[in-house]
Design a protein around this ligand. Structure first.
Ligand code: PLP
Length: 398
């Protein structure tokens, strides 16, 4: 038993706001009742605003991986080739899932410390004169590395190559925390989940689906059961679902959407941007390296930091949780031994960030990691300055 609040600063699942927790605690209602349909219609409409789409959003009980599978099996057919921008560990996992499903994966590998390269994608698409590539797969915010991808530049790469492939984007850790525009950016399927920027517990998997993707889906030869788009989207028109939905989470989602509208999209995005900048400033002042080498691509929702070679990054995370009740993200995949991650997304404010950074500085000391003092002070300098964006409650977009 640890007194006081634990700090959950993994980059998802994130902290759930009190108002959402209270909504989650409501008595369960009949998911075939008109009262439920009203809630479902409200949240499905609200999600369209968050994705910035006028197309359908398919909503399932599931995690981000389920949403990947839904996107691949509805939009594509077994044996199709996908061009995967392998920008980090989540992109790797997405590619492995695609292979297990029987898709061919053409990998565009690059330096994980730099954003995925749209020109390299354009080159691969131009070389594909037979148009064998059926879809381009890009992760918008690579949660393992703390880098973002320029999604409009990938749409532009497809246009430049005059290639008909679909554009599938993983927005699992960006949706609700960073600007995202499904329609305007020409995305065909956007994949997301509840446990990050949407400030809910894990449990909802989401696909925003363009008309083009639905048409392609009509020709798909994948056997589809639970993840089929059409029965969900058809039932959703009247506020119902073909299977039992996660009713409690939908009450929570209604409240989370209300909170986002009250704060306003502009203020939400600016808050994340500032927290990302302050965190990177702290990391650099500690004499550690920010994993991302391109400041313009640095993630506003998660910072991956590198400890010096030979330092024990697991000891740092263990000290943080055991001594200070602060959960930090582990390094993932090939960078596991050098990287830890600080999540700064979701229901989060300046003083929560201060506490998080204090916890990291104390844990660096406790774990005997070589570092310089002053990271917290450096972040305070930035946080003390007034935000450049005014709060705009009710701003369009959420
Ligand atoms: N994609 C990204 C960018 C993620 O960060 C994650 C999980 O953290 C996933 C996909 C997989 O989602 P899940 O663990 O909910 O299945």
């Amino acid at each position: 038993m640890s007194p006081g609040r634990a700090l959950l600063q993994v980059p998802g699942p994130t902290n759930v706001p009190e108002r959402v927790l209270q909504a989650l605690a409501r008595p369960i209602i009949d998911h075939r009742s008109p009262a439920f349909a009203e809630v479902a219609l409200e949240v499905l409409g609200g999600l369209k605003d968050v994705f910035r789409t006028s197309s359908a959003v398919a909503l399932y009980s599931g995690s981000g991986t389920g949403a990947w599978e839904a996107a691949l099996t509805n939009a594509l057919s077994p044996g199709d080739t996908v061009l995967l921008c392998e920008s980090g560990q989540f992109a790797v996992l997405w590619g492995e899932l695609a292979e297990r499903l029987g898709l061919r994966v053409q990998r565009l590998s690059g330096d994980w410390r730099l954003p995925p390269d749209p020109d390299a994608a354009a080159g691969a698409l131009e070389a594909d004169v037979a148009h064998a590539i059926a879809a381009v797969l890009v992760v918008h915010n690579e949660t393992s590395t703390g880098l973002t991808a320029d999604i409009p530049a990938f749409r532009d790469a497809l246009e430049r190559a005059r290639h008909p492939a679909l554009l599938l984007v993983d927005a699992v850790s960006s949706l609700g925390s960073m600007e995202y525009r499904h329609d305007e950016w020409g995305v065909d399927v956007t994949i997301s989940a509840s446990q990050k920027g949407l400030m809910l517990p894990p449990g909802l998997a989401l696909n925003a689906v363009s008309e083009r993707a639905r048409t392609a889906g009509g020709k798909s030869r994948f056997p589809r059961g639970f993840w089929a788009w059409d029965p969900n989207i058809a039932a959703n028109r009247t506020g119902y679902f073909p299977t039992t939905p996660a009713t409690g989470l939908l009450f929570g989602l209604r409240e989370a959407l209300a909170l986002m509208r009250e704060e306003g999209a502009t203020a939400v995005f600016e808050r994340h941007r500032r927290h990302g900048a302050a965190t990177r400033q702290a990391v650099e002042a500690w004499g550690l390296e920010v994993y991302c080498r391109d400041p313009a691509a640095a993630s506003p929702v998660v910072t991956a930091a590198m400890v010096p070679a030979g330092a024990d990054v697991d000891a740092l995370r263990a000290a943080a949780v055991e001594r200070f009740d602060l959960s930090l993200g582990a390094g993932l995949g090939p960078i596991a031994e050098r990287v830890f991650r600080i999540g700064h997304l979701g229901d989060f404010n300046d003083l929560m960030l201060c506490a998080t950074l204090c916890g990291v500085e104390l844990a660096l000391e406790a774990a005997g990691i070589p570092y310089e003092r002053g990271g917290v002070a450096s972040a305070l300098d930035l946080l003390g300055r007034p935000s450049t964006e005014r709060k705009m409650p009710g701003a369009a977009g959420m």
